[in-house]
Design a protein around this ligand. Structure first.
Ligand code: SF4
Length: 120
């Protein structure tokens, strides 16, 4: 089965409009550099996204702490992870780069705080 797909490379601000064909092998046209070819291959085979969100903080000087994954998560898990993070509550103080949740939804990705939140 032949698959033809257009995608915008999001690796850099150039935003190359890639034409991707997948039959026995993957062919990528219109990429200005090899990163675009790799991006298209990853998008077809194993798409991932960097994840950022917030988690509720109890007794903190701020009600929320911003968090991120320590590595990209599978694209099809992003919504589920964000929904799960909205159910979490963590007690202040929260330290910068504190692990908020290990191996979130069995993805192998740890969720870490991107700032400090002191206790009230
Ligand atoms: S193909 Fe290369 S130049 Fe084009 S958007 Fe992707 S990274 Fe940037």
């Amino acid at each position: 089965m032949k698959i033809e797909k257009e995608m915008i490379c999001i690796v850099c601000p150039n935003g190359c409009k890639l034409e991707v064909t997948y039959e026995e092998s993957i062919t990528v046209k219109n990429a200005l550099c090899p990163k675009g070819v790799q991006y298209a291959r990853d998008e077809l085979i194993n798409p991932v996204r960097n994840l950022t969100s917030t988690v509720k903080v109890l007794e903190g000087v701020l009600p929320l702490v911003s968090v991120r994954g320590n590595k990209p998560v599978p694209k099809d898990k992003v919504s589920e992870i964000v929904r799960f993070l909205k159910t979490l509550e963590i007690k202040a103080p929260v330290e910068f780069q504190q692990i908020i949740y290990k191996d979130i939804l069995n993805t192998g990705v740890d969720i870490i705080a991107t700032r400090r939140v002191e206790k009230k």
